[in-house]
Design a protein around this ligand. Structure first.
Ligand code: HEM
Length: 370
């Protein structure tokens, strides 16, 4: 048998012409595979936004922080449970909403941005991410922010905004000209930014309201789909944010306050689901829904403890918003699939990198475990 026969797996009696044809066929398959990789990697379309380019943009703006999330880099793990009221079962057949069902929850509170060691700042967007483990192996993963609307409508606008808001190394602040140009090109973002600036910033993580911002579809037992947005509203009354002068020298004051609160007693939120009506935008997270929409109180989230990021805990969870149980489905919001793809790329990069400890331990002394 010739070497060519060995390489191509052609039978020993195959003619030269047949062999050449076979080689051409193999070449075509290899070229096709290489083309698919090049396409998926964005090499054939330099102008198109790919998940890798979104994550490159975070790295360009924030600098390299190996091992950390490319956004919401500074965080603390939390745990607790969700007790369904039963009212949500009318609009979603997801087991998590069945009356009397208590579902264990792991989560992560974080500050938006790609700086894992930045000092906590009052107005930085705060987030709450949750993973519900349902008894039959299903999961619901979700990430919410403490703002009324999202600043951009599309992934392309997200990438543009990251660059426009990049701090100028000379001043430490974004270049006003760049920001002005971004808002001129994206009036929907200018309107959203005004709503975000006007929000009441609360004292800490424990008394914040965390919103899905993206719309989803709840699917009932009879198959009926309902457009929804949802929010976790604090059980305790909210207090206004303390000024920087009152936060003292603890660089992790927001996280440490939540950890201290959880050491004293559980902290609770109500899951309030807002039902959209025809015409309410489900594909535009920059626009709020009218305030008079019907709401359903689906149950109570109780957080009972916090722990610093460590191997195997929330540090290693990808809170992909498209990991959904039967009974919750995506809407037509273009941010949802972009988030899923970007989080996956961020997760893959950080999973392959050496890890440094999180700045957040949950104690102002930065030493003891929780
Ligand atoms: C195209 C738009 C968006 C992009 C590109 C984006 C990008 C990212 C990335 C790369 C991460 C880090 C993921 C990881 O490594 O685990 C992240 C985290 C997060 N994002 Fe987004 N995001 C977008 C929109 C949103 C929206 C609309 C929300 C809604 C509330 C949101 C909420 C969160 C939360 C809560 C986290 C932190 C999750 C955690 O603690 O692990 N993001 N985002």
């Amino acid at each position: 048998m010739s070497l060519l026969n060995d390489l191509t797996g052609a039978p020993p009696g195959m003619s030269g012409r047949a062999l050449v044809l076979r080689l051409c066929a193999i070449g075509a398959v290899l070229a096709g595979a290489a083309g698919s990789f090049a396409y998926a990697g964005g090499w054939l379309s330099p102008g198109v936004l790919t998940p890798a380019r979104v994550i490159d943009r975070f790295e360009e703006v924030n600098g390299p922080h190996p091992g950390f999330r490319r956004n919401h880099a500074k965080g603390l793990c939390v745990e607790g449970s969700f007790a369904a009221s039963g009212a949500g079962a009318r609009i979603s057949r997801a087991g998590v909403f069945a009356a009397g069902r208590v579902t264990p929850v792991e989560g992560r509170v974080a500050l938006a941005g790609g700086q894992p060691y930045a000092a906590d700042a009052t107005t930085t967007v705060r987030s709450l991410a949750l993973r519900f483990r349902l008894p039959d192996g299903e999961e619901w993963r979700t990430g919410m922010n403490d703002i009324p609307v999202f600043p951009v409508r599309t992934p392309e606008a997200f990438a543009e905004q990251l660059l426009a808001a990049k701090p100028d190394p000379a001043t430490g602040r974004p270049e006003p000209e760049r920001l002005r140009a971004f808002y001129a090109a994206h009036p929907e973002s200018a309107a959203a930014a005004a709503l975000i600036r006007a929000r009441t910033v609360t004292a800490g993580f424990a008394d914040g309201t965390y919103r899905s911002l993206n719309a989803f579809r709840f699917v009932a037992a009879d198959g009926r789909a309902t457009p929804v947005r949802f929010a976790y509203l604090p059980e305790a009354p909210s207090a206004p944010a303390r000024g920087a002068q009152e936060t003292g020298t603890d660089r992790n004051v927001l996280f440490d306050d939540l950890a201290a609160a959880l050491r004293r007693e559980p902290v609770r939120w109500r899951l309030v689901v807002t039902i959209g009506r025809a015409g309410d935008p489900t594909d535009d997270a920059t626009r709020p829904w009218p305030a008079d929409r019907e709401t359903v109180d689906a149950g109570t989230l109780t957080l009972t403890g916090a722990a610093p990021e460590a191997p195997g805990n929330c540090r290693d969870i990808n809170f992909d918003p498209l990991v959904l149980p039967d009974g919750i489905a995506p809407s037509d919001d273009p941010l949802l699939s972009a988030r899923s793809a970007a989080y996956s790329r961020s997760f893959t990069r950080r999973a392959g990198e050496a890890k440094s400890p999180s700045a957040v331990t949950g104690t102002p002394t930065h030493g003891a475990a929780l």
